[in-house]
Design a protein around this ligand. Structure first.
Ligand SMILES: O=C(O)[C@@H](CO)OP(=O)(O)O
Length: 248
């Protein structure tokens, strides 16, 4: 039976600093490296043998996957990377402090930008130091397609075709697939897999560095609720993500 393991990258330098990140290519913090290592140990302890790894094009997801597969003794697995698994592009909020943004714009606007289904933050200018226009890693994408901002809905629009056309093929072949990606790109995927409504998805937060396992049937529907390999740490981690704006 196909198995899908999702892991959000470990804490990044900008998660630690409480900054909106999106497509900015920041690296893992020391804590994030430890979380990734632990994720691999959990994968190994659960007896999960990964057949193929998918990552975004962002270093923090790639680092997480490499460290986790190393500690799981599975560095050999083949890998595919796509910008379609990237974090949600955070528009003009990229690089901004979350607590300051909350203070400046108020709870309602802050929460709308952060967790509404279809309202994106303001667009980032192409000459901003935090834009990804001109970044060589996206040379295979038409520059007009590089996002200037995204809502969760727009993430689903660019991620789901990749899941259905590429990743599903490996799952339908009975493979165990590991996806190392991001808080909001994984929220998009979980919304699809668990059929979560546009309203209810606002309340879902994905913790860093804890593998979430889906066991799927031949139509790629979950045969039982997905489970975290460390449920207690996952609950604490999700609550910490939800509270990020209020952090000093
Ligand atoms: O800054 C970001 O890109 C994301 C994930 O770290 O943050 P949030 O949880 O606020 O959507």
């Amino acid at each position: 039976m196909p198995k899908l393991v999702l892991v959000r990258h470990g804490q990044s330098d900008w998660n630690e600093k409480n900054l909106f990140t999106g497509w900015v290519d920041v690296r893992l913090s020391a804590v994030g490296e430890k979380e990734a290592n632990k994720a691999g140990e959990l994968i190994k302890e659960a007896g999960i043998n990964v057949d193929i790894l998918y990552t975004s094009k962002l270093s923090r997801a790639i680092q997480t996957a490499n460290i986790a597969l190393s500690s799981a003794d599975q560095l050999y697995v083949p890998v595919k990377r796509s910008w379609r698994l990237n974090e949600r592009h955070y528009g003009d909020l990229q690089g901004k402090d979350k607590a300051e943004t909350l203070q400046q714009y108020g709870q309602e606007k802050f929460q709308t930008w952060r967790r509404s289904f279809d309202i994106p933050p303001p667009e980032i200018a192409d000459d901003s130091k935090f834009t990804q226009v001109g970044d060589i890693r996206y040379r295979d994408i038409d520059p007009a397609v590089i996002p200037r901002t995204e809502s969760l809905k727009l993430v689903i629009d660019r991620l789901l075709p990749y899941y259905q056309d590429e990743i599903s093929g490996d799952l339908l072949a009975g493979k165990t697939v590991l996806i190392a990606a991001h808080g909001n790109s994984l929220r998009a995927l979980v919304k699809h897999l668990d059929k979560i409504s546009d309203d209810d998805i606002a309340g879902l937060n994905i913790p860093t560095g804890i593998p979430l396992v889906y066991e799927l049937d031949e139509k790629l529907a979950p045969t039982k609720p997905a489970y975290y390999l460390d449920p207690e740490a996952a609950a604490a981690g999700a609550a910490a993500v939800a509270a990020q704006g209020s952090k000093k």
